[in-house]
Design a binder for this molecule. Structure first.
Ligand SMILES: C[S@@+](CC[C@H](N)C(=O)[O-])C[C@H]1O[C@@H](n2cnc3c(N)ncnc32)[C@H](O)[C@@H]1O
Length: 340
């Protein structure tokens, strides 16, 4: 089949079979969450992935589909898999990592990042001898160093939030440091200088020259270990203080916080957060690109792609979920970024 016949469609079928009909290197981004090992019954009987008898069988079947998704991905593309773990005989099986190790060992892909999804509302458990599992990995794999990666568009609303805070100063910036300077045993002359430089750093934050700063004051903050002559420790000893200016946008770390999706209007039992998928699509693709989900479920990936003007292809084995996803895609549903 030609690519045009798949574009912006949810295809009913077994992923491995459908993927085999898709041309090599024709998709820009794959994002998916396969069924976790022996976790849920999706009503697929003996077909479909997830309820194999053994871990090995599960990993074999999943890897076969994974390598098909690698084949259909362009060399500039990325392949993202979100997988959860399973307890067996009291211990975690590390299934996501067993999967990722197989992928990496193949040398067909390399692991760009393991993003940890921090679940803000994890499922409570009764077990008093375990902490509540509240993270899940999103593995980002790439085929070549040319993978598309637009850091400036990832979690951009958090940068905007930082800027808004700068533009609407509450008057609190640096307040703590002024108090600490007053409390310190610096001489009056040193205190004056420290306050002047602190004032200057606050001004630089408000004008956007720097994004933030840290101050260290003699006798109040611990000196750093080691350090070169003329470095920060010398400044603290000789001047009574030092100010570390931090430039650039917020550091973008390999964690993303989001609640587990509330599935009030969605009958699918394992929906992942639209918010996370939208952010990954912004990071790893451009408008007009093709995003594929081989375990489409209720169509979250396709919805996120559509919201962001990308094309989508979904593959799902269960006809009820194909219908559910088609209906979901007809409605307009754009999740406002969280935490704005
Ligand atoms: C974890 S769910 C995906 C949920 C999806 N991310 C969402 O937000 O709605 C996995 C889905 O894969 C489907 N599935 C299982 N084996 C499959 C296969 N071999 N081919 C296609 N779909 C399959 C299941 O029916 C289920 O809907």
């Amino acid at each position: 089949m030609q690519m045009e016949e798949y574009k912006d469609k949810i295809i009913l079928g077994d992923s491995l079979q459908v993927l085999k009909q898709i041309k090599a290197e024709s998709v820009d981004l794959v994002i998916t969450s396969p069924p976790y090992f022996q976790q849920r019954d999706y009503g697929n009987g003996n077909s479909g992935n997830g309820n194999e008898q053994t871990e090995e069988e599960y990993l074999d079947n999943l890897s076969a589909i994974f390598f098909e998704t690698v084949r259909v991905t362009k060399t500039t593309g990325a392949i993202v898999y979100n997988i959860g773990d399973k307890y067996s005989e009291g211990g975690l099986r590390l299934i996501p990592y067993q999967f990722a190790i197989r992928a990496v060992k193949s040398r067909k892909v390399f692991l760009v990042n393991e993003i940890k999804w921090i679940k803000l509302n994890p499922t409570p458990r009764q077990d008093k001898r375990k902490l509540i599992p509240s993270t899940e990995p999103f593995f980002i794999f790439a085929k070549s160093k040319e993978y598309y990666f637009d850091l400036s568009n990832y979690l951009r609303h958090l940068d905007e939030m930082n800027k808004n805070q700068r533009n609407n100063p509450s008057g609190k910036l640096g307040k703590k440091y002024f108090e600490l300077i007053d409390k310190s045993d610096l001489s009056e002359n040193e205190k004056d200088k420290a306050k002047k430089e602190l004032q200057e750093a606050i001004r630089a934050v408000y004008t956007g020259e720097i994004s933030s700063f840290r101050m260290k004051i003699r006798g109040i903050h611990k000196p750093a270990y080691g350090g070169q002559a003329g470095g920060r420790n010398d400044q603290i000893i000789n001047n009574g203080f030092t100010i570390i200016r931090i430039t650039g946008d917020r550091l973008k770390k390999d964690i993303i916080e989001s609640p587990v999706e509330i599935t009030k209007d969605n009958k699918h039992p394992a929906v992942y957060p639209l918010y996370i998928i939208q952010e990954l699509i912004k990071l790893l693709s451009k408008p007009g690109d093709i995003v594929l989900d081989p375990f489409n479920g209720s169509g979250t990936t396709c919805l996120a792609a559509k919201n962001l003007n990308r094309h989508y292809i979904g593959i799902e084995i269960n006809p009820d979920y194909v219908e559910l996803a088609d209906n979901r895609l007809k409605q307009i549903c754009y999740h406002q970024e969280l935490f704005i």
